[in-house]
Design a protein around this ligand. Structure first.
Ligand code: GDP
Ligand code: ZN
Length: 458
């Protein structure tokens, strides 16, 4: 049971218009009441009411500050304890004066994250929700913010609880078998374990996949546009970006630099790198571009190879096709508005026909087909809706991977008819690892470490 009362400044200290000091704990209302003079004494205040008054120095009775005080009684507060929030005029001196008075009472300074930690320890939120609070505070983009918000709302927790429930059921089933080890029951149990563990592994995979997709949606797919000079790479970039940052010319090899550009093709964000082409050249300027584009080529998550459909494949292009084997790549057959001379059969030896996209960049045709192909590669053809639960926390990702491995071990053991009570150990481990995500099986050291990453006053 938590018995002490804590206080901290909950707003950023500085030139802000107001500052809020939050006090939480069993004695919050009684103690703060000693330094607040208001029409209704705080101890008689009803829950969720705001009071105008003054902070007074209890020794001198001198008025220190004009304040608004909010009273929230247990359990209807963030920490589930009695909470008092004092809003004062901003400014370091004013806030510090009030804090000093509070600390002369039976109140101590809160550690970083201690309010959220109390909410967790008092069962108000689970660990993944608490981490969501931290992500919310830190999130820099709208997207990251909404992912964190969903996590605070408990969407990940609900999924994890489901999976753990399945594992508990499985363990119960195994338990029964250990007590009554008849032979036919044993083989049935092996089947049962295999079925349940592959089900949970599948669900874990889905969650892990959202981690990749979450990252993609946050940062964009790093994309290299490659191809021989003059096939239409810069034109493609410009069409996608709808401005003229890259130089488009009729002279081969005049794209001088690797230019980064963020674009979205309907819903898919790409971080595009235009390249100087693949041709070896003596031109110094071009050469720098070529070297840079090699780096881009190696680092890219997606390669868009542009070819001119109006010409037969060049030997450089065959070489490039060889290089993109095994990579996430799409071949854009550009200039489809011209008579076609390219040999598709040869192309299809290198790349899945569905990843060959006919386009006319000049006529702005085929962009929807390009989007489809990208979505096929990165989202299995299905762009996830906005209300998907994304796993974004590194700790969660690592625990999901561990739990999946434990279940794989259980599955393999069941397949080899290893004694059931041995398998039980792996299933239990997976259950604990998933439990660590929501904090059910997390130990104190981990909990302390997580909450210590919070800023003061949260
Ligand atoms: P890059 O060297 O690969 O970057 O090629 P550019 O984008 O500079 O384009 C080379 C030339 O091809 C320019 O004259 C473009 O206008 C032209 N071009 C680009 N796309 C198309 C297309 O779809 N159809 C036709 N007919 N010409 C195109
Ligand atoms: Zn170019």
């Amino acid at each position: 049971m938590i018995s002490d009362t804590i206080a901290a400044i909950s707003t950023a200290v500085g030139e802000a218009g107001i500052a809020v000091i939050r006090v939480s704990g069993p004695d919050a209302i009684k103690e703060v009441g000693k330094i607040v003079k208001s029409k209704t004494p705080l101890e008689q205040a009803e829950s969720h009411t705001v009071h105008y008054g003054h902070i007074i120095n209890p020794q001198t009775q001198e008025k220190v500050e004009e304040v608004l005080v909010t009273v929230m009684r247990a359990p209807r507060s963030f920490t589930t304890e009695d909470v008092v929030e004092i809003s004062s005029h901003g400014g370091v001196i004013s806030v510090k004066r009030i804090m000093d008075l509070l600390l002369m009472l039976d109140i101590r300074v809160a550690e970083p994250g201690e309010f959220t930690k109390r909410a967790f320890l008092n069962g108000r939120i689970d660990l993944s929700q608490a981490e969501g609070v931290m992500d919310l505070i830190r999130s820099k983009s709208d997207r990251a913010f909404s992912v964190a918000l969903k996590q605070v709302g408990g969407s990940l927790s609900a999924k994890i609880r489901d999976l753990r429930y399945t594992l508990v059921e499985t363990m119960a089933h195994i338990e029964v078998n250990i007590d009554y080890p008849e032979h036919d029951v044993e083989s049935l149990t092996s089947e049962f374990i295999k079925e349940k563990s592959s089900h949970v592994m599948n669900e874990i995979d889905k969650l892990l996949k959202t981690a990749e997709q979450g990252k993609i949606l946050r940062e964009g797919i790093t994309t290299a546009i490659v191809g021989r000079p003059n096939v239409g790479k810069s034109s493609l970039l410009n069409t996608l970006a709808q401005d003229n940052r890259a130089i488009v010319t009729d002279i081969p090899g005049t794209t001088r630099d690797v230019i980064e550009e963020f674009v979205t093709i309907n819903n898919i964000p790409l971080k595009l790198l235009d390249t100087a082409g693949i041709r070896e050249t003596m031109d110094v300027v071009e050469k720098i571009g070529v070297e840079r584009s090699r780096t881009a080529f190696t680092e890219a998550d997606l390669i868009l190879m542009v070819v001119n459909a109006g010409e037969p494949l060049h030997e450089d292009e065959l070489e490039l096709l060889e290089q993109i084997k095994g990579r996430q790549a799409i071949v854009i057959l550009n200039k489809m508005d011209l008579p076609t001379k390219i040999d598709r059969d040869i192309l299809e030896r290198y790349i899945d026909p569905e990843l060959i996209v006919p386009m006319s960049v000049k006529a702005e045709e085929g962009i929807d087909l390009l989007e489809e192909a990208i979505s096929k590669l990165f989202f299995s053809g299905q762009l996830e809706s906005a209300d998907l639960t994304y796993v974004s926390n590194v700790r969660h990702i690592s625990l999901l991977k561990k739990a999946k491995q434990s279940l794989q071990d259980a599955y393999d053991a069941a397949e080899q008819f290893i004694p059931i009570d041995m398998i039980q150990i792996d299933v239990r481990l997976a259950w604990e690892q998933l439990g660590e995500i929501v904090g059910d099986t997390a130990h104190d050291a981990l909990i302390d470490q997580i909450f210590s990453q919070f800023c003061l006053g949260k």
